[in-house]
Design a binder for this molecule. Sequence first.
Ligand SMILES: Nc1nc2c(ncn2[C@@H]2O[C@H](COP(=O)(O)O)[C@@H](O)[C@H]2O)c(=O)[nH]1
Ligand SMILES: [Mn+2]
Ligand SMILES: [Mn+2]
Length: 290
Amino acid sequence: SMAHGKVTITVDEYSSNPTQAFTHYNINQSRFQPPHVHMVDPIPYDTPKPAGHTRFVCVSDTHSRTDGIQMPYGDVLLHMGDFTELGLPSEVKKFNDWLGGLPYEFKVVIAGNHELTFDKDFMAELVKQDYYRFPSVSKLKPEDFDNVQSLLTNCVYLQDSDVTIKGFRIYGTPWSPWFNGWGFNLPRGQSLLDKWNLIPEGIDILMTHGPPLGFRDWVPKELQRVGCVELLNTVQKRVRPKLHAFGHIHEGYGIMTDGYTTFINASTCTISYQPTNPPIVFDLPNPSSS
Ligand SMILES: Nc1nc2c(ncn2[C@@H]2O[C@H](COP(=O)(O)O)[C@@H](O)[C@H]2O)c(=O)[nH]1
Ligand SMILES: [Mn+2]
Ligand SMILES: [Mn+2]
């Protein structure tokens, strides 16, 4: 139980079919129902920041289209991946330059499935095959992308790791359910759960690329839920962060709560890759230093 040590998450019986999982848990456990679960309106950019709070500015899925984005006031920028189209070093440099011009005290970034060069296993496989799928990536020489992470000089880059900023413990991880064989793709079930099991307890803010089941994970064109069931169970039953921020499902842009954790899908780009969804600001009370 919660009070007696670590909760162990196991693979859900509905893991492989999130749409069915949602229906099952909604009907049998009211798991996605009000009053606990509901939509949340974003706070206006000119809302005064309450005393003793930190203001987080959430963006995601900017896909090398940062030029027109109007950035609001805040303390800490969170970017939940897909900052490029292919992870080309030229794209990463451009993104890092954009970050460098932003006024936030701290900037935290994770990769998404489009940051192909950040996924070393993906690149190792790509050189063996698939030249015609991503020709511009296949053309790169290892020395062009080996240190691609080091191009991100203007932020903290998290990859299955955490950082403490202004007293907030922030964990970031790039993995998402397999879909068309992109970077940081893993099969649903134990493979992804192994990654979620790396998230320590005591995290205040969780950054993932993709959504958990049931929270801003609806893909209208396929009438499907695509959030990860094991990620939801990890968030709600074990880690319980105050904020879970993600992107990936562009159509899911928006905010929800389950009554404890706030879920923000901060996808800046729409389904047609127009960067028109505004950054989402969110205030959290500073953790007490006791
Ligand atoms: N049915 C699914 N659709 C998916 C999934 N992952 C992504 N998508 C769709 O693609 C866009 C863009 O994603 P990106 O990673 O290529 O930028 C997203 O908005 C969805 O419409 C999936 O697992 N299943
Ligand atoms: Mn995307
Ligand atoms: Mn994505």
